[in-house]
Design a protein around this ligand. Structure first.
Ligand code: PGA
Length: 251
């Protein structure tokens, strides 16, 4: 089954309104005329609306970097799926390793975020990935197994059409150390096989699995040539319009 590639830019805690509008406009211009791949950007909450307005009419999907499971209520510091949609977004990232490591979000909380976002009709990118210590301790597959199973608990096959998995080894994020194409392919194949166990083979075959962690214009082509790598979740290089445009133009 042919999966449509998805190149996603995670802006993390960067950009104020003026910068965000410029960057979003450059991304939208950069992917005009390209329709064989999807492009997504995840700006900070504060500029979500501005970014959505800047890319309106283009094919760029706008996502939040995290999302709460409730529609509204006493959840200081959170935003709801309804707010994301009202601001012009249609997707959300959940379980990013910075949320797991720095803000101590665990699998159950991430699962609540994911299922809440799906219920509200958003597309969701679930991030998973092992730390260096876990990899070197031989626990990589166990960690991926747990994060994928618990992250997707309660999700039905129909909703899986709106789920994307991002494999992001923690040791490769923001470090300049990309996983080799073989290491990335190995993890992606493991996750795809796992999706076949949790759901069915056709769900495993249709689900997009992105690689993230120091993706750059210089390594995107070899990563995308791997059979189970369906796209990229890009941090640092997504803040530079030229680099991000080159990554979108992989191939
Ligand atoms: P990086 O970040 O590309 O800067 O390594 C990737 C991510 O955290 O999604």
């Amino acid at each position: 089954m042919k999966r449509k590639a998805l190149i996603a830019g995670n802006w993390k805690m960067h950009t104020t309104a003026v910068e965000a509008r410029m960057l979003a406009t450059a991304v939208a211009e950069g992917c005009s005329g390209i329709d064989d791949r999807d492009v997504l950007i995840a700006p900070p909450f504060t500029v979500l609306g501005e970014v959505a307005a800047s890319v309106k009419g283009s094919r760029v999907i706008v996502a939040s970097q995290n999302v709460c499971w409730e529609e509204q209520g006493a959840y200081t510091g959170e935003i709801s799926p309804i707010m994301v949609k009202a601001a012009g977004g249609s997707a959300a990232i959940v379980g990013h390793s910075e949320r797991r490591q720095i803000f101590l979000e665990g699998d159950d909380l991430i699962n609540r975020r994911l299922t809440g976002a799906l219920t509200s009709g958003l597309m969701v990118i679930l991030c998973v990935g092992e730390t260096l210590e876990e990899r070197e301790g031989g626990r990589m597959f166990a960690v991926l197994d747990r994060q994928v199973r618990r992250g997707l608990a309660g999700v039905d096959a129909a909703a899986m059409t709106r789920v994307v998995i991002a494999y992001e080894p923690v040791w490769a994020i923001g470090t300049g150390k990309t996983a080799s194409k073989e290491q990335a392919q190995e993890a992606h194949a493991f996750i795809r096989n796992l999706l076949g166990e949790i759901f069915q083979k056709d769900i495993a075959a249709q689900t997009r699995i992105l690689y993230g962690g120091s993706v750059k214009p210089t390594n995107i082509d070899e990563l995308m040539a791997q059979p189970d790598i369906d796209g990229a979740l890009v941090g640092g290089a997504a803040l530079d319009p030229q680099s991000f445009r080159r990554i979108i133009a992989f191939g």
